[in-house]
Design a protein around this ligand. Structure first.
Ligand code: SF4
Length: 390
């Protein structure tokens, strides 16, 4: 048993997250580690840094197979197909990739040409996540996006012409001055392209964003609830199933990379500000780490060797919370056997929170299957809070 008190048997699936941190400009609602691009993109130097970063993590994952790769940002589509290909070739030279591994790249409709999509596909990218957010020009302007509705449509056409049939459209609702009809219109326009996946999430005002300092006029809670319900009806009618709080997919097209997060799998992280989580069987430990968030410092890490901003081994109570914070997002509920496998903790850690969640009518349990009730789904934050360390 480790200092964390874990008894780990077996290894979870392994993914790779790649953070590409630059954007044309910063959106006023964005709290990601994204940086406005001033001057030329240091793309080649950054790809070198990503591969050097991966190199020094390899001893932690010898012999393990990668099941998915996700290029997130920032705006990964600022990088060319050739640069993405050089990175992916470097990954393949260093690690085994599972057959049919999912390789997703986030793209911004304001930064993609047809050639780019074809080149990403030739590089091995097999899934694109397009940050559309809305098709309404006025809403996009208020969100500070660099694209308009027509550019979003053109980008979807281009990615389909390039042969991508597995793609996600990101949409937001609860936008400044948006009404129910406008939110539904966005969903209908997206569905007209038959996406395999739609991420449909509410605009929230996150601390340390421009919107938090100067809040725009947002619809009230009742209107937002009606939007959510009306949009859900349309998504469902189009054959998409909600498998996570904000994620809808056609059958067999759930995002495998994100499912791995929600099921407490492992993920290597490379890139400025990237977060990783690894199970280390020799140490009987689960480690979390965050890379230097500043792109400049991250690039300097090739010389200084200081890749990490922080590294920690969460204690047992924190692991319980982290597991349930993620797993309770899934509509199919939680496989309790997975809790033991992924955290290395005994079931008695769950006795008290599970009793409380059942007593409050938020979940019901059948063998190893924990199901979330309608009440639990409605008050998901309360349900997750039950698993917080005392
Ligand atoms: S494009 Fe995306 S990552 Fe970049 S600033 Fe806007 S929301 Fe943030």
């Amino acid at each position: 048993m480790s200092a964390q008190g874990l008894t780990l048997q077996g290894m979870p699936p392994l993914a790779l997250y790649v953070h590409l941190p630059w954007c044309v400009r910063k959106c006023p609602y964005c709290d990601f580690n994204s940086h406005p691009l001033h001057g030329e993109l240091p793309a080649e130097a950054y790809v070198d840094a990503l591969l050097a970063d991966l190199d020094q993590q390899l001893p932690l994952v010898w012999g393990r197979v990668l099941h998915s790769i996700f290029f997130g940002g920032g705006t990964p589509s600022l990088f060319s197909g050739a640069q993405i290909e050089r990175f992916l070739d470097g990954v393949r030279a260093r690690m085994s990739l599972a057959p049919a591994a999912e390789i997703t790249l986030e793209a911004n409709p304001g930064t993609v040409e047809h050639d780019h999509f074809a080149a990403y596909r030739a590089a091995g990218v097999n899934r694109v996540s397009l940050g559309v957010q809305s098709f309404a020009d006025a809403a996009l302007q208020q969100l500070g996006r660099i694209h308009g509705g027509q550019e979003a449509i053109t980008a979807i056409d281009r990615l389909r012409q390039a042969g991508f049939d597995n793609f996600n459209i990101d949409l937001m609702y609860g936008l400044p001055q948006q009404d129910v009809a406008a939110a539904v219109d966005d969903v209908q326009r997206a569905l007209a392209f038959a996406p395999t996946h739609v991420s449909h999430y509410q605009l929230t005002l996150e601390p340390n964003t421009l919107f938090a300092h100067r809040p725009p006029p947002l619809p009230d809670e009742d209107i937002i609830a009606s939007m959510q319900e009306a949009c859900a009806d349309h998504l469902q009618a189009a054959g998409l199933r909600q498998y996570e709080v904000s994620a809808w997919s056609q059958p067999q097209h759930e995002c495998r990379h994100n499912l791995n997060y929600w099921r407490f799998g492992d993920y290597l992280a490379v890139g400025a500000g990237a977060h990783g989580k690894l199970t280390l069987p020799a140490e009987q430990a689960i480690v979390r780490y965050v890379r230097q968030p500043s792109p400049k410092r991250y690039l300097q890490a090739m010389q200084s060797g200081e890749w990490d901003q922080s590294r920690s081994c969460p204690d047992a109570r924190t692991l319980v919370f982290e597991f349930f914070l993620n797993a309770l997002r899934l509509r199919d509920g939680v496989d309790l056997a997975l809790f033991q496998q992924r955290t290395g903790l005994a079931m008695n850690w769950l006795q008290q929170p599970l009793d409380e969640a059942q007593q409050r009518g938020l979940v019901w349990i059948d063998g190893d299957d924990l199901h979330i009730t309608d009440l639990g789904w409605r008050f998901l934050n309360d349900l997750q809070a039950i698993f917080l360390p005392a």
